[in-house]
Ligand binder design. Sequence first.
Ligand code: AMP
Length: 417
Amino acid sequence: MIQLIKGFKDILPEDNLLWQKIEFAARELFEDFGYREIKLPILEKSELFARSIGESTDIVEKEMYTFEDGSKGTITLRPEATASAVRSYIQHKMYAKDPIQKLYTIGPMFRRERPQKGRYRQFYQIDAEVFGIDSPYIDAQIILMLVTLFERLNVPDINVLINSLGCPECRPNFQKALLDLLESSKDNLCEDCIRRVDKNPLRVLDCKKEGCREAVKNAPSIIDYLCSACEEHFDVVKRSLKKRNISYEIDKNLVRGLDYYTRTIFEVQTTSLGAQSAVAGGGRYDGLIEALGGPKQPAIGFAIGFDRLSELLSQTVESVETGPDLFIIAPDSEKDMVFEWACDLNLSGIKTDMDYSGRSRKSLMKRANKINTSYVLIVDERELSCGNVILKNMNDSDQKEIPVESLVDSVKSVITG
Ligand code: AMP
């Protein structure tokens, strides 16, 4: 039997109830905040990700699914959505119509990470991006929107971590102080981090290995190095979150794995998911639009790990699958007529199933119980000769005679009340 590829998974119909509930809540909330949906392709030119996420990030260095595309160079299954959203903003000159664009997109992402619970090679993200606003109030608002979604969905045990990465003006000072510390404790760093010291020293702060954690325990805090504009920006974000009663912690070691971030960054973590504790993350990336060839416009966004969010909720929410409204049992001789009824009922909004097998009424009543139907419509030759069929309520076993003449309307009025 051909099996799934490692790190990939099916989301089965019974699990999709919860996925749909999450997606519905997200769409409703985001649209209330003025976000519009954008659908983006799953394949992009590899260069887009190398230039945006950063050549020396884990994603670009080792996790991308990249293919030769004939003579046209290489293409990559998107590992995240921000780069594509920015490409689209630039390519369609959305900024010419209105530099301010609030967009959201929901879909699969691909990273060739080591699979484990909560970490897949195809996973889904719910993504929101704002282009064209540099005000710190939008940072606070996007965090508020994220936290509100989690509250509406009753996500347990969440923790909001925030930090500021500064800007190209103040970050180099911090980077220098960090480098001084890292050079002196290089012996304790893991192999990856030894490479990062030269290429991407901030990422060392993010490493989960014991030796590296120890080495950066006394690392300088980037917040102490912010220029006055970045400091003021961060102050307004913090003040606005406090005003909206959003609890957060400042995590001076939060850097996130992508190169494009500037100023405010944030992550939502949970204690209920074991090792993979991050359910959402995001931040400001004021330089990316310009770096990808667009106008100088600021931006901020986040991505929620859809799989992790649904795993979190499946621990607390029991999604109850409902059966059909109606199941029709009829002798073979009446199948032509019953087929018409079933179609008409489906089209009138009654979730109807009929039997196609011609099995005995007794075994079909068993099936009606198994599929958890609310009502059964029984077509009996004797009743039918008087122009009636029987509608049975499976909850209280109450039975009614329904005139065939006005079948759809009569069934509908009983079922919908
Ligand atoms: P990132 O795009 O790395 O900032 O990730 C944003 C969110 O996507 C994370 O907080 C996770 O919840 C989720 N995520 C990232 N990588 C994976 C993965 N390999 N499998 C499942 N979820 C993931």
